[in-house]
Write a protein that binds this ligand. Structure first.
Ligand code: CUA
Length: 355
């Protein structure tokens, strides 16, 4: 009877924990639901560490409580002196060796993985035609947006990283102003973007993002960088190789795109006069732009990284960017009327390389 009750209790506890833990995070942003081998291995190390730590906590608690209960004065009497173990050779060896073993269990896989994830030698490999074999993306973090340059393809985009699935993608990471940190939680651990040096690592994206809630993975800035740090989001679109190649071709086809200052469309004309100086609408080029490249604006998932992707929110943003992202560098750089902002927003929504 007692045994059955205990089993039932254990079973219900496990059920509750399973239900509770299964709700831990969403698959487009959770490090607990990795969508690639880097994130998976990092999660495995995390779990291994948690198991070891839990084991230590349990053993220490049991020893403590046992001593606590066993040697209570009310139990053993006033004048009992327990066996003294000070200087015990055996005990000292045991409590030195066990932690060493536990630390080795954690350290060996952690160090192995750290060196493996830092191996970017494939970045320089070329095929018989002298073309790079691996895809490299140069990431530049800026207050408060992200620029993604594909040097081999000669294209550049911003705010939405587009990558192929099932292969290693290599990243050169740097910052243009202050220190930021590049993090796609569901894909792999973060890495700092610095002003003074280039950090390199690779990630692999094993899941196509169109099955996700918003059709994208979420990326974050993971280093406190200013008043709008928490809003410095980006998105990641993962496509199969064929779709990715088609996207690259569509980006290349935008070469030379400019807005016409004499356009009959108020949005295009105003954009040409007030915005084009900082924001390119051709995806061909390199990094170093003053403002985010807007070639794919209509394909994006968010406005300014976090607002709903609608013409209305875009117009709100243009009217007063400082209200939405305090400290951003677009504030006060231009002067357009409410009507013009609405027209620019409608025009921006038509900028697309996806069908
Ligand atoms: Cu950029 Cu925090």
């Amino acid at each position: 009877m007692m045994k059955g009750l205990k089993k039932w209790r254990l079973f219900s506890l496990l059920t509750v924990m399973t239900v509770f833990l299964s709700a831990c995070g969403e698959d487009y942003i959770s490090a607990l639901k990795p969508a690639g081998p880097v994130g998976q291995e990092q999660l495995n190390i995390l779990l291994l560490t948690v198991v070891v730590m839990t084991l230590v906590v349990i053993v220490v608690s049991v020893l403590y409580l046992t001593a606590f209960m066993k040697f209570r004065r009310s139990k053993v009497g006033e004048n009992v002196m327990p066996k003294q173990v000070e200087g015990s050779h055996t005990l000292e060896v045991i409590w030195t060796v066990i932690p060493i073993i536990l630390l080795l269990i954690i350290a060996v896989p952690t160090l192995t993985a750290t060196y493996k994830f830092a191996d970017v030698s494939a970045m320089d490999e070329v095929d018989e035609n002298g073309n790079k074999t691996a895809l490299t993306v140069n990431v530049t973090a800026k207050l408060y947006w992200w620029e993604f340059e594909y040097p081999e393809q000669g294209i550049v985009t911003s705010q939405e990283l587009v990558v192929p699935t099932g292969e290693k993608v290599y990243f050169n990471l740097k910052a243009a102003d202050v220190k930021h940190s590049f993090w796609i939680p569901a894909i792999g651990g973060k890495m700092d973007t610095n002003v003074e040096n280039l950090n390199k690592f690779y990630l692999q994206f094993d899941e196509e993002s169109n099955s996700l809630k918003d059709g994208v993975f979420y990326g974050k800035c993971a280093e406190l960088c200013g008043p709008s740090h928490a809003l410095m989001d980006f998105k990641v679109k993962t496509l199969d190789r064929t779709a990715f190649d088609a996207w690259v071709a569509a980006m290349k086809a935008t070469e030379g795109n400019v807005a016409d200052a004499n356009s009959a469309d108020l949005g295009e004309a105003t954009f040409a006069n007030s915005c084009l100086g900082c924001h390119a609408i051709s995806g061909v080029g390199g990094s170093g732009a003053v403002g985010p490249n807007l070639t794919t604006f209509g394909d994006r998932n968010r406005v300014a990284g976090f607002l709903d992707h609608t013409a209305e929110e875009t117009a709100n943003w243009i009217n007063d960017p400082g209200k939405y992202k305090p400290g951003n560098l677009m504030t006060g750089k231009y002067n357009v009327s409410k009507e013009e902002a609405k027209a620019i927003a409608d025009y921006l929504m038509t900028l697309s390389v996806e069908k």
